[in-house]
Design a binder for this molecule. Structure first.
Ligand code: HEC
Ligand code: HEC
Ligand code: HEC
Ligand code: HEC
Length: 366
């Protein structure tokens, strides 16, 4: 919120103007581009307040005390085997309210034996299997994508908001074709770099339509305008764009990893009612974390209180006080029964000296 406050000096005249124009609106204007480029972001106080009032951010559970030394008592723990007993239990309690809503352990467990991955009937408990992979995914996001999630990070609550099904789930269909940019399709860049007609840029009208659909959905997901990430004088230019565009680009790379290596491969684990009409698993997009806000949960740093989800040995300088060494890269360790796929997510294009991604495919690789 501090960026909003910093511009109070600018606000007063705006507030007066807009009072005259449309009643009680109060707008903050924040400069986002280089001086002289006339780029600014307008934040409407009334709207923000109303939206913020609707966001419930759970208070952190009391910290776990020191655990007695000794081996961990678990029988079937494949991911959270690097934290203390107290921290483990606390994480289970938190997960129960973040995902299952009710605080109900039975949502993921055969409560007669918490170590089992199956019900008394022998049927696998899909929620537990999915949750185990979600733990690895959350660590991967917080540990490997700090260029996007910074020190805000994500917990299960960021996406789940207290319910089993997050917002913005998508499946293959012709309507969601543009979202495949977040899964298996590159080439959002469609603008020609040449003045004269040439064969260099072979993007079709259809591809251009996809890019615009994608951009509109990104804007909606964050509750912002195109100018939050672009200088509308030249949409293709990285140099003239505000830094949020590079953050967004890292978000795209992160989503590809999440969808390719975590969510899609869960397909065989879900019951058929969870799958799309083409039999594919539910996938995520920007809105799944952002829920209409430029920073998920308005930047509430929930994960700093849950070291089990960090995926890196410290959080903003606070060292990890677990029992073992935290497993930083969990990507290669899918639990038994889950096939990890396909291709590795696209690497970040070589950075230019200004730190701006270069390259990409104007010629389209669809
Ligand atoms: C959202 C799903 C979910 C909920 C809800 C949940 N758990 Fe778990 N639980 C898991 C997963 C996944 C594992 C395995 C973790 C791993 O492999 O690292 C696990 C493992 C455990 C284990 C270790 C058993 C062993 O010996 O292997 C215990 C004990 C446990 N949970 C207790 C609880 C309690 C108590 C609650 C309710 C407060 C709870 N869990 C709620 C998903 C859940
Ligand atoms: C990046 C967003 C995201 C994060 C973070 C996340 N999840 Fe999920 N989760 C999803 C998506 C997408 C699905 C697929 C929804 C479905 O099952 O149809 C899902 C499904 C699930 C399901 C199955 C729900 C059902 O009934 O089908 C469980 C259980 C679950 N997640 C647990 C967790 C736990 C535990 C955490 C934290 C360790 C977590 N998730 C973190 C996005 C997320
Ligand atoms: C949250 C940040 C964000 C917002 C909001 C956003 N964009 Fe983008 N835009 C990007 C990123 C990042 C790329 C580069 C994608 C890539 O290279 O894969 C991009 C690429 C583009 C391109 C392709 C540029 C090229 O080189 O061909 C166009 C056109 C575009 N955006 C238009 C828009 C329009 C129109 C809007 C508003 C409806 C918008 N964008 C909103 C981040 C954003
Ligand atoms: C796994 C959850 C997650 C997903 C998915 C995600 N984001 Fe984010 N995003 C975050 C978090 C957390 C932050 C806050 C980082 C911070 O504190 O600066 C953030 C911040 C941003 C910012 C910087 C906002 C600012 O004001 O500084 C932009 C821009 C952004 N995201 C764009 C996107 C776009 C575009 C997508 C989809 C391609 C996306 N994000 C997908 C979690 C996510």
């Amino acid at each position: 919120m501090s960026i909003l406050r910093r511009s109070i000096g600018l606000v007063a005249p705006f507030a007066l103007l807009s009072l005259g124009a449309c009643g009680n609106a109060e707008t903050d204007s924040v400069q986002v581009g280089y001086r002289g480029t006339g780029m600014e972001q307008n934040y409407d106080h009334g709207d923000l307040k109303k939206q913020f009032a609707q966001v419930k951010i759970p208070t952190p559970l009391p910290p776990a005390g020191e655990s007695p030394p000794g081996p961990l008592p678990w029988k079937n723990v494949q991911v959270l085997n690097d934290i203390s007993v107290g921290e483990f239990n606390r994480t289970m309690v938190a997960m129960s309210t973040w995902v299952a809503g009710t605080g109900n352990c039975a949502y993921c467990h055969n409560v007669a034996n918490f170590a089992l991955d199956t019900l008394p009937t022998g049927k696998p408990i899909y929620t537990k299997l999915v949750a185990r992979r979600m733990l690895q995914m959350t660590r991967q996001i917080n540990g490997q994508y700090s260029q996007h999630v910074k020190y805000t990070g994500v917990t299960c609550y960021t996406c789940h908001l207290g319910k089993p099904l997050p917002n913005g789930l998508w499946f293959y269909s012709s309507q969601t074709d543009y979202l495949r940019h977040y899964l298996d399709r590159d080439g959002a860049r469609v603008i020609s770099q040449q003045i004269a007609p040439s064969n260099v840029n072979r993007s079709s009208v259809k591809q251009t339509e996809w890019t615009y659909a994608l951009m509109i959905s990104q804007s909606k997901s964050l509750g912002v305008n195109c100018t939050y990430c672009h200088n509308s004088r030249q949409f293709a230019s990285w140099k003239e764009a505000p830094p949020t565009r590079v953050t967004a680009y890292h978000g795209i790379l992160m989503l590809r990893d999440v969808n390719q290596n975590y969510l899609s491969p869960l397909q065989p684990v879900y019951p058929s009612m969870r799958l799309g009409s083409q039999g594919d698993a539910p996938k995520a997009q920007c809105v799944t974390c952002h829920n209409g806000v430029y920073k998920p949960l308005y930047g509430a740093q929930m994960v700093k209180d849950y070291p089990a989800l960090w995926g890196r040995p410290d959080w903003n300088g606070v060292p990890f006080k677990g029992v073992g060494t935290m497993v930083v890269d969990t990507a290669s360790k899918a639990p038994a029964g889950i096939v990890t796929t396909v291709k590795k997510s696209a690497a970040l294009p070589a950075a230019s000296t200004t730190g701006v991604p270069v390259g990409g495919s104007a010629s389209g690789t669809r």
